[in-house]
Write a protein that binds this ligand. Structure first.
Ligand SMILES: [Cu+2]
Length: 470
């Protein structure tokens, strides 16, 4: 995980301005700066520098785009361009994004703001930006061919509309969409309520779900993949590259999730119950919310979940599709549980040096140190206080701690469990204390331990009732 120091300096240190170099001198006078971000650490929340007050969000392993105020209009400058994104230490990808990163920077405005967004295209092909979920004039909707011509390479387009309703939004191209989204072009958008006390929370995290198909050892996503992606990411990062979400005990926390992958994600939080407080359309009335521990986020949807961080600890937060918490090396591997391949590896090794047979006792590879091709990640990794987490992809940790400072988002380290509250090995404190473990009615006899000969019996044979060993 990113260390505390790079987290805390990420906001200032990573951002540089390159706006003026993109356009002619005359143009530079009217175009707002296009700040760019070079770090994949979580930037500190960007407090509003003008306009109506609001409580800024924190983009996990991302940042918020600064703006300028011009004649009462909030002006932003997005630059669509090729970027290099680190998915986790040890793996980088050649993506397309905005202002130096994929996903692009989060845009934050206030309900009622008039917003002007300049979009400069530095990609090798045309693009556009669709403001997903906004109620706006049709001609600002960003659909190439339908509501505007594509923005050609080298050109800058201007979008302008009023952010009419508060809520959670996204932006992404509506031009050569499959290619451009598979390359990582997307960003988050939050429209804050006019009254900063309305829907106020203590910590407001945002994340975009995206997926990639990057062959281990290569750097550029295969963009014609439709379903078989091998990297499932939160803000174009995978565990253990994702920062933890940090909360002070008792904080009201919101996590906003947008899904721009090609499948749904049941997002699951341990140790807490949450409510879906916001959807694509806006806020859910209090009377219509119900408690959940998992909520599905379908393709193209946004969900804002809210809860009180009332349980100290390190709580897993992840997509519940288990192949989505796995990195590239785990995909398309045959299942060998129950297959006795003793001796097979040696035989194959004579033919194919370096061949590895895995998983005859299960899929766990957490503690196996296998040689990886350059630029890929172990499928299940991440060191925790009790060993390997065996996780990848869409997984991170919610760290709830007593006595954190209000604006402190730094990693507090691993949770120190109170004595006697951690699951432990039972070492026989009186054999009589072990309760019986009844087997399911009509269960087949337990398989013999490995290496012991078993009686071969056909299921349904006359002498087989399932109760022989009871
Ligand atoms: Cu998922």
């Amino acid at each position: 995980m990113t260390n505390r120091r790079s987290f805390l300096t990420g906001a200032g240190a990573g951002i540089t301005a390159l706006g003026a170099s993109l356009v002619s001198r005359a143009g530079a006078a009217s175009l707002p700066e296009a700040p760019t971000h070079t770090s994949s650490a979580t930037a500190a929340p960007l407090a509003p520098t003008g306009g109506r007050p609001y409580n800024p969000v924190v983009t996990l392993n991302g940042w918020t785009l600064p703006w300028r105020m011009k004649d009462g209009v909030k002006e932003f400058h997005l630059v669509a361009e090729p970027v290099v994104r680190e998915f986790a230490p040890g793996m980088q990808a050649n993506l397309w994004g905005y202002n130096g990163q994929s996903p692009g920077p989060t845009i934050e405005v206030v309900e009622g703001d008039r917003v002007r967004i300049f979009v400069t295209n530095r990609l090798p092909e045309h693009t556009s930006v669709h403001w997903h979920g906004q109620l706006l004039p049709c001609g600002m909707d960003g659909v190439t061919g339908l509501t505007q011509p594509g923005i050609q390479p080298g050109k800058t387009f201007v979008y302008e509309f009023v952010a009419r309703h508060a809520g959670t939004f996204m932006y992404h191209p509506h031009a050569d969409e499959m290619q451009q989204m598979a390359m990582g072009m997307m960003g988050f958008w939050v429209t804050h309520p006019k009254n900063p006390r309305q829907h106020a929370v203590d910590r407001d995290y945002v994340m975009l779900l995206s997926s990639y198909d990057i062959e281990p050892g290569s750097y550029t996503p295969r963009t014609n993949t439709m379903l078989d992606f091998n990297l499932w990411t939160i803000n174009s990062r995978v565990f253990p590259g994702l920062d933890p979400m940090v909360a002070r005990l008792g904080d009201k926390v919101r996590i906003r999730v947008g899904n721009l992958t090609m499948t749904n994600h049941p997002i699951h939080l341990h140790g807490h119950r949450f409510e879906v407080a916001g959807t694509d359309g806006g806020w859910v009335p209090k009377s219509a919310r119900w408690p959940e521990v998992t909520t599905d986020v379908a393709v193209g949807q946004m969900r804002a979940i809210e809860f009180v961080a009332d349980a100290p600890g390190d709580w897993a937060f992840h997509c519940h599709k288990s192949h989505h918490t796995m990195n590239a090396m785990g995909h398309d591997v045959p299942t060998l549980i129950g297959v006795d391949h003793q001796g097979v590896a040696e035989k194959i090794n004579k033919l194919v040096p370096g061949y590895m047979v895995m998983g005859d006792k299960g899929g766990s590879m957490g503690d196996m140190k296998m040689p990886l091709p350059a630029n890929t990640l172990p499928m299940m990794s991440g060191d925790g206080p009790f060993g390997n987490l065996e996780m990848g992809g869409m997984f991170t940790v919610l760290k709830v701690r007593e006595g954190l400072k209000r604006g402190d988002y730094g990693d507090p380290g691993w949770y120190r469990h109170p004595a006697g509250t951690v699951a432990r090995e039972w070492t026989g404190d009186g054999a009589e204390a072990l309760p019986p473990a009844p087997r399911a009615p009509d269960a087949r006899p337990a398989p013999a331990p490995a290496g012991q000969a078993m009686d071969a019996r056909k299921p349904g044979a006359k002498d087989m009732t399932g109760h022989e060993h009871h």
